[in-house]
Design a protein around this ligand. Structure first.
Ligand code: HEM
Length: 316
């Protein structure tokens, strides 16, 4: 990243540190100095064995933060007496990577017992995933604590569905204090990873603002009925590289999801898409800035919540 954008990121982190007084990039420096290295090593190994896992971890952090803040609530599995968020429509049969976080947590627990929260591990893993796939880096503010509850209802209400248009998307992100620019930048995470047919079927069969050859090619693996979970890359050109090709795809009407193409459809986000498509550095810097902001949605700090022993369940 250019030094100017590094500097502005440091300023942003300093401002964010002031706004969320208890979070700090050096939170574990004394209490668990090896935590960041353990997370980074494990994420790199996971991405080496399956590049898509980097995408899944970034999405998991997003799905954590948008539901009652970044508190690890998405990681809590359902039990006979506990209903978590994993069965909510935006997550069911779709979120991945919880096993990777569980394994990292076990490694961190082995060296620093009940010190590093699952919410923080997820925030760092998201950053390390982006870096492992060639994207920008940023200092992750730390010190979040883990929730003791989860909300399936809030997951259904607060996570935007792929059927949203620009107005709905803007409102959904504004509800989390994220701007239009943040929303367009964060959607650039769709430069990596895959989507199931059930989320883009209507777009490829029924929408007009789609490149014809692109739609035709996708239909082979995503029939009008059946094949609901068949996968297609969200970025048709460079699926496993964290770059700015996503935005060029939108300009060519090759956005996979309705909500992707909504960002470049003659509306108020067009200019931001054009600017991110024409400058990888501009996108990288906006993405890093927006990830810091998203990572700081309603953190639990101080005596709120707990440090879970195992990320998938509340301490007994
Ligand atoms: C703007 C609103 C958004 C909508 C409507 C949306 C919707 C979706 C959908 C439907 C999928 C496919 C899931 C599946 O097939 O199982 C997906 C995948 C993904 N999303 Fe989003 N998303 C949005 C924003 C974001 C944001 C803000 C991030 C992260 C910063 C993100 C990161 C990802 C990633 C990396 C994947 C691929 C995951 C994988 O391959 O496992 N998305 N998204």
């Amino acid at each position: 990243m250019a030094s100017a954008s590094c500097l502005s990121l440091l300023v942003l982190v300093a401002m964010a540190s002031a706004a969320w007084a208890q979070l700090s990039p050096t939170f574990y420096l004394a209490s668990c100095p090896s935590a960041l290295f353990i997370i980074q090593t494990a994420v790199q190994a996971a991405v080496n064995s399956e590049p898509r896992m980097g995408a899944s971890l970034v999405r998991l952090h997003f799905h954590d933060c948008f539901v009652d803040g970044c508190d690890g609530s998405v990681l809590l599995a359902d039990t006979g007496s506990f209903v978590g968020e994993q069965g909510a429509a935006p997550n069911a049969g779709s979120i991945r990577g919880m096993n990777v976080i569980d394994s990292i947590k076990a490694q961190v627990e082995a060296v620093c017992a009940q010190t590093v929260s699952c919410a923080d591990i997820l925030a760092v893993a998201a950053r390390d995933s982006v870096v492992a796939l060639g994207g920008p880096s940023w200092p992750v503010l730390l010190g979040r604590r883990d929730s003791t509850t989860a909300s399936k209802t809030n997951a259904e209400n607060d996570l935007p569905p792929p059927t949203f248009d620009l107005q709905n998307l803007t409102t959904s992100f504004a509800n989390k204090q994220l701007t239009l620019t943040d929303m367009v930048a964060l959607s650039g995470a769709h430069t990596i990873g895959q989507s199931q047919c059930r989320f883009f079927r209507n777009r490829i069969y029924n929408e007009a603002n789609i490149n014809t050859a692109f739609a035709t090619a996708l239909k082979a693996n995503c029939p009008q009925s059946g094949g609901d979970s068949s996968l297609a890359p969200l970025d048709t050109t460079t699926a496993n590289a964290f770059d700015n090709a996503y935005y060029s795809n939108l300009i060519s009407q090759k956005g996979l999801l309705h909500s992707d193409q909504a960002l470049f459809n003659g509306g108020g986000a067009d200019n931001t898409v054009l600017s991110f498509a024409s400058s990888a550095a501009t996108f990288s810097s906006a993405f890093a800035t927006a990830m810091v902001k998203m990572g700081n949605i309603a953190p639990k700090t101080g005596t709120q919540g707990q440090i879970r022993l195992v990320c998938s369940k509340v301490n007994s």
